[in-house]
Design a protein. Sequence first.
Length: 97
Amino acid sequence: MIVINQAISLLLLVFLISISASCSDNEVEYTGILDHRPEGKDGMWVIEGTSFSVSEDVELDEDDGPLKAGACVELEMEDGDVKEIESAKMEKCQPKQ
């Protein structure tokens, strides 16, 4: 019985990794502290030293606070284009201990 449970767990893990790998080809998430942003949406956003070109089509979500320098943010990209930038709780940007 233990061997069967281990085999099922291993198969489930392989399945989840394959799904994750196929999704990650086109979609990327980046979480970090916002260093700089333009006045509007359009322009270069800098998150922890990495620049992202953002257009007016990007969705901004400020549910966890304003998108200003020093805030923790999550940026979502699809096929190389930024799709959404949202504020996040500061705990998401803290190093895990």
